[in-house]
Design a protein around this ligand. Structure first.
Ligand code: AMP
Length: 282
């Protein structure tokens, strides 16, 4: 039986009792409108923990005023059903008032990995993410927390946050789940027009072109960017934000390209901004 918990106090009381019984707590933070990507995280968490918590909270701190906070899709009833199907013990669905009863004046900032790419395009985004994740970790007190590689830079930011602040939490990375045509699953995909949805798999094709170039011996990041950009340009509906290749843990571009690399891409389509990435090894 999955319970829906609305307040911090109720969740703390429930989890304190579970921990007293020696139960290990696994945690999956989300913004809801769950899909197969989230399902894979919940399944992994439920398989390796005695008590599993999924949070559903569309965090206003991580949206800029011009972004899609108001258009972000929501369906709590469906989300709870999916969480229940995957063996989740508690869905934590707090209101904005519960999470931020006053204007929050404490911000968690992770320098370095949060600065390029998504950090450059969305300047306050990762501070919003790091702040809410720190708050959620303080509320839930998990042994393990599960994040998708789909948001690869976010994963690097969280890893660094946990390392720097000595949080006793294992961060578990889960692979990106895709639609049959290669589009990475995302709650935002429902906001794509029919034409944009048809064009969207070009992101994965561009990443594959970048990976192919690297694995074929290309060591110049500019040439890899060029290869990715050429693929995206074949789809007029897709407006490229960035196509880049970085070291997967530092987010620095190695010169020449070497080590465990991550081609990453972001683009605007009607009417969603999408991101994706894949692994590439030299
Ligand atoms: P969100 O609800 O979009 O904030 O995502 C919550 C968690 O689910 C994050 O750790 C995401 O990286 C992860 N996630 C989102 N989409 C996918 C996907 N297609 N495959 C795997 N994990 C995902």
């Amino acid at each position: 039986m999955t319970t829906v918990v609305r307040t911090i106090a109720d969740l703390r009381a429930t989890l304190a009792a579970a921990r007293l019984e020696g139960r290990e707590v696994g945690f999956v933070p989300t913004m809801g409108y769950l899909h197969e990507g989230h399902r894979s995280l919940m399944r992994e968490a439920a398989a390796h923990n005695d008590t599993t918590v999924v949070s559903i909270f569309v965090n206003p701190l991580q949206f800029a005023p011009t972004e899609d906070l108001d258009r972000y899709p929501r369906d709590l009833e469906r989300d709870v059903q999916m969480a229940s199907d995957e063996g989740v013990s508690h869905v934590f669905a707090p209101s904005q008032q519960e999470m931020y009863p006053e204007r929050i004046v404490t911000t968690v900032n992770v320098a370095g990995v949060s600065e390029p790419l998504e950090g450059a395009s969305r300047p306050s985004h990762f501070a919003g993410v790091a702040t809410v994740v720190t708050k959620l970790f303080a509320i839930v007190g998990p042994c393990r927390a599960y994040f998708g590689e789909k948001d690869f830079q976010q994963l690097a930011v969280i890893r660094r946050l946990v390392f720097d602040l000595s949080m006793p939490i294992d961060i578990v990375a889960c692979p990106t789940i895709r639609e049959p045509d290669g589009l990475a699953m995302s709650s935002r995909n429902v906001n794509l027009t029919a034409d944009a949805r048809r064009a969207a798999p070009v992101l994965l094709r561009a990443l594959q072109a970048g990976k192919h170039a690297i694995e074929g011996g290309e060591r110049d990041a500019m040439q890899v960017r060029r290869a990715m950009r050429a693929v995206v340009e074949s789809e007029p509906l897709v407006d490229l934000d960035y196509a880049e290749v970085v070291d997967e843990s530092t987010f620095v571009i190695p010169t020449p390209l070497t080590g465990t690399l991550r081609p990453l891409i972001a683009a605007r389509l009607p009417h969603a901004r999408l991101i994706d990435n894949i692994g590439a090894q030299v």
